[in-house]
Design a protein around this ligand. Structure first.
Ligand code: B12
Length: 301
């Protein structure tokens, strides 16, 4: 396609937009194509930030039959409804919002938890059997369920044995989740142990962590209850949700049937302060009943 043809198409689109009352600003108007030797014309997409709360909530449907109804419906859910379309395609705004939300998710998944945060709580760091970084972590969940030999040695050396409560923190699938919630939940669990007369083991952090690593920790430290705070799989644009997986006297061979989970811990879901209190309450129940998971549920019946 030659430049002249391209220019004709652009002008036709601009004319159509003007007829629809959507006047492109002078910043978006396309200047003549660059001649050889000239620098190319600046192309500016004059579109507001689609990720602001106001932009997220504003309907993208042109001329909706029930504008108030559509806005009210959109307020009931973070799902991407009422986004409109441009012909058969997504509007640029929707596409950019999707890409920016996906970036939040990938960022939370691929980066490491801030070391300063771990230092604040004196959490020493060990690793699972993953040696090839996040890519291997994603491809080999089996290796994320086992502590490395070095980790076993360090944990056995540094941690108090057979406490009532052993608290561990794992990156899991979201560094952002740990960063968003640890400062709130950690002190509540610590204080709850004190007031409940429960001994708290030596807490530590596990990099490249999967839930199943709880068995290895159980074999090494023999706690009554193990609490593993771990980053949940992030949703699109929602990366700060953490879970507390718990088990009574975990050991090799245990499955998720022996575990419980308190999920969706974040401001806006299960509040991290309340989650801390509830975690301790459940731990006490596990100790009283000497059970967790399905066995504990069946005892409640
Ligand atoms: C991924 C996922 C699954 C996957 C796990 C696949 C895998 N091997 O990774 C599948 C589809 C198999 C699954 C199944 C179930 N899940 Co599920 N799952 C999730 C999800 C979306 C993310 C979990 C996560 O990020 N884990 C962290 C990563 C790092 O852990 P991981 O080591 O990679 O994977 C382990 C955990 O995901 C664990 N797990 C997953 N679900 C559950 C549920 C329970 C009760 C337990 C103890 C463990 C557990 O299983 C994996 C292997 O050990 C959460 C949603 C959320 N908001 O957390 C729901 C969630 C945890 N699951 C839930 C439920 C109810 C179940 C089932 C009991 C459903 C059913 N009736 O069959 C089963 C139980 C499965 C089991 N493992 O025994 C609920 C738990 C509610 C609660 N508070 O008890 C959640 C919160 C979803 C929800 N909002 O209802 N799940």
């Amino acid at each position: 396609m030659d430049d002249q043809h391209l220019e004709e198409i652009v002008n036709a689109v601009l004319k159509e937009l003007a007829a629809m009352g959507i006047a492109p600003s002078s910043r978006t108007a396309r200047s003549a194509p660059a001649r050889p030797g000239e620098s190319p014309p600046e192309v500016v997409i004059d579109l507001g930030d689609p990720a602001t709360p106001a932009a997220r909530g504003s309907p993208g449907v042109n001329h909706p039959a029930d504008s108030d109804g559509l806005t009210a419906l959109m307020e009931t859910t973070p799902a991407r409804i009422g986004v409109g379309r441009s012909g058969p395609r997504l509007r640029t705004r929707s596409l950019l919002l999707f890409q920016s939300d996906l970036a939040v998710t990938q960022d939370a998944l691929m980066r490491d938890v801030d070391i300063k945060l771990l230092d604040e709580f004196n959490l020493f760091r060990v690793q699972t059997r993953i040696t090839g970084g996040k890519q291997e972590y994603l491809l080999r969940p089996d290796l994320g369920r086992q502590l490395s030999n070095e980790a076993r040695r360090v944990v056995a050396e540094r941690c108090v044995k057979a406490p009532n409560i052993q608290l561990c923190v794992g990156d899991g699938l979201s560094a952002a989740a740990i960063e968003a919630n640890l400062r709130k939940i950690f002190p509540v669990i610590e204080a709850g142990c004190k007031t409940g007369g429960l001994s708290l083991g030596t807490p530590f952090f596990i990099q490249y962590c999967r839930v199943g690593v709880m068995n290895d920790i159980g074999d090494l430290l023999h706690p009554d209850v193990l609490i593993l705070l771990i980053g949940e799989r992030p949703g699109l644009g929602r990366a700060d949700s953490m879970s507390a997986y718990m088990a009574y006297r975990p050991k090799s061979g245990d499955t998720d049937a022996e575990r419980d989970v308190i999920c969706n811990i974040y401001d806006g879901g299960t509040n991290p302060l309340e989650a801390g209190a509830y975690t301790l309450q459940l731990a006490q129940k596990m100790i009283r009943s000497q059970a967790s998971g399905v066995k504990l549920k069946l005892m409640e019946k």
